[in-house]
Design a protein around this ligand. Sequence first.
Ligand SMILES: [Zn+2]
Length: 95
Amino acid sequence: MYIKWLCMLCGDVKISNTHRHHEMNFCRCNQSGCDAEEYLTRWCGSAKFINKYDYNFFDEIILNLINQKLPKFKEPNKAYEFIIKMEDKIIESLI
Ligand SMILES: [Zn+2]
């Protein structure tokens, strides 16, 4: 799940990803933040909830890569980094 929120101080809109554990996301002015977990969300500063999206692009990307047998990575960490970057690009479009 992805949580879209707004910093009431600077107007920055962010997306926090519940699949990334213990990752506090901060806004542009660094006064507000959100740590979205699967069962709870921690907030700080003047963050305001906007919307949530019940998708899991991470798993969708992996399933598509497996189905297409592309690409092949020699190191598993490289594959993980590649998928994380793809997921980040997709969730940017939710802002
Ligand atoms: Zn801010």
